[in-house]
Write a protein that binds this ligand. Structure first.
Ligand code: GLN
Length: 488
């Protein structure tokens, strides 16, 4: 049962082959037996109460496609009943008085919450090693990182501890862990998913999305989690759409842009081989490959690592031991209370970003760094528009690797923040442009001793082209079985 997709589980529930309570119990038992450190907070009684309510809805005539389906939430989404830590010591005992909009939407759809998922502190990281609660292990090889910052979400789905999970992506945190754990994830167009109750990292980039086994499941989850929210000032006002509407369209004539800059010197041979294999598969499905250029790709690293810390330094000022967060036990005066609380509450990487962010926003440096980064951000977005939009557009979607390498070993890059930043090279530009992007499993690369480590294919589309991305991914998943492979 734990191997089924969300779509299949939904059918089992509707046909009364299994109850929501039985299903929740099955996954709770798997979570309890797991040693991956993917979950930060599980509460059987709360989960089972939700499951019983779902069973009542299923027995009546009140069930939708997600009613009774168990999912888990990244610990960046605040929840009324489960603690929300954002992976930080700062929020160790925090319980929100309200649910994030995304959580509210899923609750209304009748999903059953299995618990809260580990992540990098305040979603800052690429390996989950920045979590105050310890790293998550990659289910394919427990000596490897799961990716980050949504490492708990990706590992939980890969290990079949949950059929699906919520996640957030600021510069790749849905796509990269999905890639490194061999599962499917999509970051929709910026503004599609409400940020209300999603603990803020970099507000102009943060975007929620789902991680699941298949593209089809991601479509069902997006149907529930998107929509206008007046409590989020950048939420888009658009008519509700069915993201699964084009899944079965043929890919005959699809033009796939293959950016030169995504296949340069930094790309590992095993990742390149898997990605090229996937591109060949798409050609068999009727697509043609077009050589394109996204010349500003390399600049996305310095640009992102100026803009994201700048916004973070401002967003994180609320964690001062008064309004929110940990408060130091002893202090002489107010100033020392702030200093000690923040020094104790935040981890290394978060502090580094607050320092960088405050610096690039400060008088005299603002023009040189922050403003300059904003200008280049615009040029990065224009690169994509030249390829994907207008009369002379070159392609319908863009494909390439998600990560330059497979998952690296735990501990490998912990002393070298820049090495972590460089690994974000293929995901940052999509985020800076606000475009939708997804990752689907497409093969394996070399791991440690005997273990194989998954490779993900990135699919990027123009604004609001999620249904097409899911169609493209679904057709690939109908023709291949990478997404069904499971860790031992
Ligand atoms: N790895 C990137 C960072 O460390 C992206 C994180 C994210 O998308 N939340 O900021």
């Amino acid at each position: 049962m734990h191997k089924l997709t969300l779509k299949e589980l939904s059918a089992q529930l509707q046909a009364r082959k299994i109850s929501a309570t039985e299903l929740a119990t099955l996954f709770l038992d798997r979570i309890e037996a797991s040693d991956l450190n993917a979950f930060l907070h599980v509460d059987r009684a709360l989960t089972l109460a939700q499951a019983q309510a779902a069973d009542v809805r299923l027995a009546g005539n009140d069930a939708g496609p997600l009613t009774g389906v168990p999912i888990a939430h990244k610990d960046i989404f605040v929840t009324r009943n489960w603690r929300t830590t954002a992976g930080s010591h700062m929020l160790q005992d925090y319980v929100s008085p309200f649910d994030a909009t995304v959580v509210e939407q899923f609750n209304a759809a009748g999903t059953v919450t299995l618990g809260k998922l580990n992540c990098d502190e305040f979603a800052m990281g690429s390996s989950n090693e920045n979590s105050f609660y310890g790293p998550v292990k990659n289910p394919w090889d427990k000596t490897a990182i799961p990716g980050g910052s949504s490492g708990g979400s990706a590992a939980a789905v890969a290990a079949r501890l949950a059929p699906a999970a919520t996640a957030t992506d600021t510069g790749g945190s849905i796509r990269q862990p999905a890639s490194l754990c061999g599962v499917t994830g999509i970051k929709p167009t910026y503004g599609s998913v409400s940020r209300y109750g999603m603990i803020a990292f970099a507000s102009s980039l943060d975007q929620g999305g789902p991680i699941a086994k298949t593209a089809e499941d991601c479509g069902l989850l997006l149907n529930a989690m998107t929509g206008f929210d007046e409590r989020d000032s950048t939420s888009l006002q658009r008519p509700k759409e069915d993201f699964t509407r084009s899944l079965n369209q043929s890919l005959q004539g699809l033009r796939i842009g293959v950016p030169r800059e995504f296949f340069g010197a930094g790309l590992a041979a095993d990742v390149e081989a898997a990605v090229r294999g996937a591109l060949a598969e798409f050609e068999k499905l009727g697509a043609t490959l077009v050589d394109i250029s996204l010349p500003k790709t390399e600049l996305s690293i310095p640009v992102y690592y100026v803009i994201a810390p700048a916004e973070a330094s401002s967003n994180l000022s609320r964690f001062d031991g008064v309004r929110y967060g940990h408060r130091a036990a002893d202090y002489k005066d107010l100033a020392e209370m702030y200093k000690k609380s923040r020094a104790e509450g935040f981890g290394e990487e978060v502090k580094r970003r607050i320092l960088v962010g405050s610096y690039v926003l400060s008088h005299g440096y603002y023009d040189a760094y922050y403003l300059q980064a904003q200008k280049i951000r615009r040029l990065i977005a224009e690169d994509f528009q030249r390829a994907l939009a207008g009369e002379n557009r070159q392609c319908d979607v863009i494909m390439g690797p998600v990560s330059p390498t497979v998952a690296w070993d735990l501990g490998d890059k912990t002393d070298d923040p820049v090495a972590n930043y460089l690994a974000d090279i293929f995901t940052l530009s999509t985020s800076l442009a606000g475009l939708p992007g997804m990752s689907i499993p497409c093969g394996f690369g070399q791991g440690g001793k005997n273990a194989k480590r998954p490779v993900g294919l990135q699919i990027i589309g123009n604004y609001f082209d999620e249904a097409r991305l899911l169609n493209v991914a679904h057709q690939f998943q109908q023709a291949t079985d990478w997404h069904l492979r499971e860790p031992a």
